[in-house]
Design a protein around this ligand. Structure first.
Ligand SMILES: [Zn+2]
Ligand SMILES: [Zn+2]
Length: 190
């Protein structure tokens, strides 16, 4: 059989670049790294990117798709990119998004902006960030939204949804990811 691995197969597995855009809580970023490594079994490398806008404390919303484009250069050497920003993210049709993913380029971004609420301690805020991050990365593995409220792929309409769901995939979503990994390793052995 053909030994060549198609682009799709090669990209299914592979390291993840975790790009901290400007000033973001490093403890939260480390939490995301550890959780993503555990969830996907891939090496996750933290990259600190200078981001003038965020460094100057400019808190105006920016379009999620613009941030995704800015993250494209970080794809080099990585199968996936997840950006973390403190700036609020916008998307047409909604007044904000917690995160955004482009499954085609496998580039995703999350915002910490709305995760900090009154009464929420650092643990809860980090938990929200981790769940949002795993969710967006899940999209880059081809997963869609899940109807199970506890599943990390459940679409959070608000932070109560985020707090309620787990940082893990439900069995159905896990099986979906695993079946793709399996297919790939089977092909590889040929
Ligand atoms: Zn989603
Ligand atoms: Zn699920």
């Amino acid at each position: 059989m053909d030994e060549q691995i198609t682009e799709e197969e090669r990209d299914l597995n592979g390291a993840i670049a975790l790009v901290a855009l400007g000033k973001v809580d490093s403890l939260v970023v480390e939490n995301i790294r550890d959780a993503a490594q555990a969830a996907f079994g891939e090496e996750v490398t933290i990259i600190e990117a200078r981001y003038e806008r965020e460094e100057t404390g400019d808190v105006r919303q920016q379009a999620a798709t613009d941030v995704i484009k800015r993250l494209f250069p970080f794809r080099h050497g990585f199968a996936r990119v997840l950006g973390v920003t403190d700036t609020d993210l916008s998307h047409p049709g909604v007044n904000h998004v917690f995160g955004f993913a482009d499954p085609e380029s496998r580039v995703s971004v999350i915002s910490l902006h709305r995760l900090r609420t009154k009464g929420a301690g650092p643990g809860r805020i980090a938990g929200r960030a981790v769940k949002t991050a795993i969710h967006e990365l899940g999209h880059t593995y081809g997963l869609g939204h899940c109807s199970a409220h506890r599943c990390v792929m459940f679409l959070s309409f608000n932070l109560a949804d985020t707090d309620y769901k787990e940082r893990e995939f439900c069995r159905k979503c896990r099986d979906e990811i695993y079946s793709r990994f399996e297919n790939r390793s089977l092909k590889r052995q040929n």
